[in-house]
Design a protein around this ligand. Structure first.
Ligand code: CS2
Length: 521
């Protein structure tokens, strides 16, 4: 959710000596730095955004800024809500919500370059655990038209394989209780949304759009079914009002946003001449396909390059299976091999050949037709994005929360291929790499923590499987881990493919395995 592990303790002395980025500083920024060219005080809070991590600021914040510049629309300033930690608010409040986006790539000679933009449309910030009522009030405010979300997969508190609301999730269980505490001070994202919408309805205010910007399949529909399932438990009439009046457009979002480091912070400060306590780093690429079903209007995002369509599902599937599927494959294989970043991993010829083969030989056939898409070109472009040397996107960042990511990134593709009797060797290697990764130690003997909301349950499933006599039986037992494998539990062809891949990873290591698997069928 608030996804960036930025430490404020280790500050750069140089940056500390600089004045703070704030509205009065805008006029004094270097010419090359883009900045708000509108009157910030005219912006109204039309969007409440849940999950104010780096992705939201480098994606929604940027598109919205361009739309404001292009259309002069004052109704859609953003109130950002941090769901857990006050760190982003603490960093940005002294800057009155201003922050910098550094778009990074390399020029033709391979020299890294960075283009800076100061973003101005974040006009309010809330920290949910500090003041849950304020969050509910923001959702229920008359001016609010859109409630958007970047809360990561685990923020939905659903079962990743089936998509169902986890009523046993402690935050959901808390928010479902009847009485003041649950509705006045929810803890879960779904709880905030439903209790906020209940207030709206009680006040007879118009409905809003609930807009998921997370990497989930049919993210709008998924959000809708979770919200409705929760609302039915609270008040069936409310559930009906939400279903009839509010909209939940699905969308495909694509931009690589690595976590900000201290070095990034120092570099941005040096270029700005002002200290920004939490700039965000992004690749230049940005793609957004969003379903144009907004209950109360939307900003002119189409003027900022967003593609507003009637059905985004084909684009979502392409993105989840190709971009995120190969990202996860790179993360687990690369981390085990001891590579640190995506560009380092994809620079290994075996790794690059493997990703290319996985996409063209196995993922491609599962994608719905997209007449405007040149898939080979898309894959080439993707590998170039991964090769961006200026991002230093850590594989361990992508490796986190595997249990929440694998179903839609790799296993749905596998399921579809198995149904068609097609080979799954490469996709299975990526899943086997995750299973291998769960041992918590790379090929060089270096340990790392497993950062996953289901880490304990995964560790228990692993040790239960250890009791089996053969590798195949151990793998078979592990595939009964329902939140990840769902209906694929014990599927003989899958278990065979995973066993073969895991045996190779354990026996000859990542590099040699990759060389074989890039070719094999
Ligand atoms: C990544 C994504 O961290 C991850 O799991 O795969 O955040 C990825 O960088 C974005 O979805 C790209 O659009």
């Amino acid at each position: 959710m608030d996804d960036d592990p930025l430490s404020f303790a280790a500050t750069e002395p140089y940056a500390d000596a600089l004045p703070r980025l704030q509205p009065a500083a805008l006029a004094g920024l270097p010419d090359a730095v883009a900045r708000p060219l509108y009157n910030r005080t005219e912006l109204r809070a039309g969007i409440v955004h849940l999950g104010l991590g780096s992705f939201a600021r480098a994606f929604l914040g940027v598109v919205n800024e361009t739309a404001i510049h292009a259309g002069g629309e004052p109704h859609f300033g953003i109130v950002g809500v941090s769901l857990r930690s006050p760190a982003v608010r603490d960093a940005l409040a002294p800057q009155q919500g201003l922050y910098t986006v550094a778009r990074r790539d390399a020029d033709a000679t391979g020299t890294p370059r960075s283009r800076l933009q100061v973003i101005g449309n974040l006009i309010g910030q809330l920290v949910a655990p500090e003041d849950p009522k304020a969050v509910l009030e923001a959702i229920a405010a008359r001016a609010t038209r859109i409630v958007s979300l970047t809360v990561t997969e685990k923020g939905y508190a659903h079962d990743p394989a089936s998509g169902r609301l986890r009523e046993d999730h402690p935050d959901i269980a808390h928010d479902l209780q009847t009485g003041g505490q649950a509705s006045d001070a929810p803890r879960s994202v779904i709880g905030f949304i439903v209790h906020g919408l209940a207030l709206r309805r009680a006040r007879r205010l118009p409905p809003v759009t609930l807009l998921s910007l997370d990497n989930l399949p049919h993210n709008g529909r998924t959000l809708q079914s979770l919200v409705i399932a929760f609302a039915r438990r609270v008040d069936p009439a409310l559930a009906e009002w939400i279903e009839r009046q509010c909209t939940f457009p699905s969308s495909m979002v694509d931009r690589i946003v690595p976590a900000t480091t201290e070095a990034d912070r120092a570099q941005v400060a040096a270029a700005l001449g002002y200290r920004d306590a939490w700039p965000v780093i992004a690749e230049p690429y940005l793609d957004w396909v969003v379903e144009d079903r907004f209950a109360a209007g939307r900003p002119d995002w189409h003027l900022a390059g967003a593609r507003c369509v009637s059905d985004a599902s084909a684009w979502e599937q392409l993105k989840l299976r190709a971009v995120n599927g190969s990202h996860s494959a790179l993360a687990y294989l690369g981390a085990m091999a001891g590579w640190r970043t995506v560009d380092e991993a994809v620079a290994q010829p075996e790794m690059r050949a493997f990703v290319h083969a996985m996409l063209t030989a196995e993922v491609r056939s599962t994608l719905p037709p997209l007449p405007s898409l040149d898939f080979e070109r898309y894959v080439r472009g993707l590998l170039e994005r991964f090769a961006n040397p200026a991002l230093a996107h850590r594989l361990q960042q992508i490796a986190m929360d595997g249990s929440q990511k694998l179903p839609q990134r790799l296993l749905a593709t596998i399921e579809q291929r198995l149904a068609g009797g097609e080979s799954i060797a490469r996709l299975a290697l990526a899943v086997a790499a995750w299973m291998h990764y769960l041992r918590g130690i790379d090929e060089w003997g270096r340990p790392y923590p497993i950062d996953d909301p289901l880490a304990e349950a995964l560790a228990a499933a692993r040790s239960a499987a250890e009791g089996e006599a053969t590798l195949r039986e151990r793998v078979g037992a592990f595939t009964h881990f329902a939140p990840v494998f769902g209906d694929l539990a014990g599927h003989a062809t899958l278990v065979d493919a995973l066993t073969k891949a895991l045996a190779s990873l354990q026996g000859v290591g990542v590099r040699t395995t990759l060389a074989h698997w890039a070719r094999s069928d």
